[in-house]
Design a protein around this ligand. Structure first.
Ligand code: NG1
Length: 537
């Protein structure tokens, strides 16, 4: 009987590995690609349910494992406005992924349909894309099988960066409404990004090229495409040098390059031959994270991470709002996680005089908190983030009548920024162009940007423990409430170091506990991290 149900029949081709339990976490489902076929099939079913529940709005599915090694892969859902899947539905994803048999899967699917009062007459619509991993196409076939078995109308956008799929999802769902976001195509994305970048830059000059390491991932070919839409260097446009864009050999993805390599190792990719003060940037494997860095004349390496991008954006947007005459009417705020360098937090609150909110790790938390401001700037230290403008802020910016030519020019830049910045999710391309145009407006090189504040020396460690689940946190992950007594020991250690700060939390994406420490000197930060790691072990 079971084989007559199309969902069970198709599921039989993608059996669940018996010994595995899956969990939809901060990064969706992510693991060795060989284990993912059943998971992707079931995510396809959930996408259909989610679209039906939302009256046929388009749901996005992206197949990527971002900065993970080449033989990993992953899958994530995108909600209609381009945001991450609503948190409650993560539980439903987990239920479907763990149904032990084809028949149990059908039962779980039917139960969700009934419990969530889903109207089965609604036509579900799903779009999807993937990064350049070798396993991507195979996983797409599992996804398509689910979409066909559930009667879903779908479009395969083939290779896209994650932020591009978020953009297109939002465009499709807002088309013809007052909130139309753009043309729902890859070309529409390039056109909107390029036109707004040009408008925001005006006649400002770029001080030399920027070299972009694309992690040998999907960002390489897509950045080359975007460049075709930007003004050329001979027209006074920005020169972007694309490196590490080998997607012909997928095993090179994220290897010795990319944003995660640079952030974790605090050094440039070995292939980099950057000259002093030249601007360099690295994307991750699906182009949603961005890191900047440069070397100075004694070849010292300087990292300009997500905290730096956030502070630069907050500084510039705050100034623009004031200069446009909207200072009192736009509440700008910054959202960070516990991993933000303490010096960046002090700079934002004391120098920029802007409020900072700290949330748990994972961009969905930051994004949510950022929407509480008129203009919310949010970045994880690892370079994933964006700026979101509330509907009220957009109305104010678009309706305001400038009182002077100076106000008018600031207002024009601000308006262009609202279109340039991908408000659905962190987008390395729009973040890159944002940084570049800010530096051009300020006539700053990377050194001037770096001098805005001095990072506290810090150390991030990864500790393997017997059971990471026992590590439970509070205060936006800055304190441990369990195991009992551990936080008191950490506090005791921290108190012994000048400018000391440290916390431990279970990773949401790896089977480990992460320990972060910062202090007045590098030696002390390393020492504090090692001592806290001993407490955690
Ligand atoms: P976990 O493994 O929970 O620390 C990591 C990153 C997050 C976020 C997620 C999702 C750090 C310290 N943690 O989370 O910021 O990007 O992966 O990819 O960078």
């Amino acid at each position: 009987m079971a084989s007559q149900n199309p969902i069970a029949a198709a599921s039989a081709k993608f059996p669940k590995p018996a010994d595995r339990t899956f969990q939809y976490g901060t990064a969706g489902f992510r693991m060795k690609a060989a284990l993912l076929d059943s998971v992707v099939y079931r995510v396809g079913l959930l996408a259909a349910l989610r679209s039906r529940k939302l009256n046929g709005q388009v749901i996005g599915v992206i197949i990527t494992a971002s900065h993970n090694p080449p033989d990993d892969n992953g899958v994530k859902l995108v909600d209609p406005m381009g945001e991450m899947l609503e948190q409650f539905w993560e539980t439903y994803a987990t239920i479907l992924a763990n149904a032990p048999s084809d028949q149990a899967l059908v039962e779980a699917y039917d139960k969700l349909t009934a419990d969530l009062k889903i109207d089965t007459a609604v036509q579900p619509r799903v779009i999807f894309a993937r990064d350049t991993r070798a396993s991507g196409l195979r996983l797409v076939s599992a996804l398509v099988a689910a979409l066909e078995a559930s009667g879903t109308e779908y479009t395969d956008y083939k290779l896209l960066t994650t932020p591009q799929l978020h953009y297109i999802t939002r465009c499709l769902n807002t088309k013809g409404t007052a909130y139309e976001y753009g043309e729902p195509t890859e070309q529409g994305y390039y056109e909107k990004t390029a036109a707004s970048f040009k408008a925001a830059t005006g006649h400002k000059k770029f001080n030399g090229p920027v070299t972009v390491d694309c992690a040998n991932g999907v960002g390489g070919p897509k950045l080359r495409e975007l460049i075709k839409y930007l003004p050329s260097p001979s027209e006074g446009g920005l020169e972007i040098k694309v490196v590490n864009d080998n997607v012909v050999e997928p095993e090179r993805l994220n290897q010795q390059c990319g944003a995660d390599f640079v952030k974790t190792n605090q050094r440039a990719p070995p292939s980099s031959h950057s000259t002093p003060l030249a601007r360099c940037a690295s994307l991750d494997g699906d182009a949603d994270r961005l890191m900047y860095y440069f070397v100075d004349s004694d070849h010292g390496f300087h990292l300009l991470d997500g905290d730096r991008i956030a502070t630069l954006a907050a500084l510039f947007i705050g100034d623009l709002a004031r200069n446009a005459g909207l200072g009192e009417k736009l509440k700008v705020g910054v959202v960070q996680t516990a991993y933000a360098n303490g010096a960046s937090t002090s700079y934002i609150t004391q120098d920029l005089k802007l409020p900072v909110v700290c949330t748990p790790t994972g961009v969905k938390h930051l994004h949510h908190a950022a929407t509480k401001f008129d203009v919310g700037v949010y970045f994880e230290a690892n370079g994933h983030g964006t700026v979101v403008f509330s509907d009220v802020a957009l109305k104010r910016i678009n309706k305001y009548e400038p009182q002077s030519p100076a106000q008018s020019s600031s207002l024009n830049v601000l308006r262009a920024l609202t279109a340039l910045i991908n408000q659905t999710v962190g987008d390395a391309f729009s973040d890159l162009l944002l940084v570049e145009l800010i530096l051009a407006h300020k006539s700053w090189g990377p050194k001037e940007w770096d001098l805005t504040y001095t990072d506290l020396p810090n150390r991030l460690g990864r500790i393997e423990v017997a059971d990471r689940i026992i590590f439970k946190t509070t205060a936006a992950e800055r304190k441990l409430e369990s195991p009992p007594g551990v936080q008191a020991q950490i506090d005791g250690l921290v108190g012994k170091y000048k400018n000391g700060r440290s916390f431990a939390r279970a990773s949401g994406t790896e089977d480990a506990v992460r320990v972060y420490a910062e202090a007045a000197t590098k030696g002390e930060a390393d020492d504090l991290a090692a001592k806290v790691a001993d407490v955690v072990k």
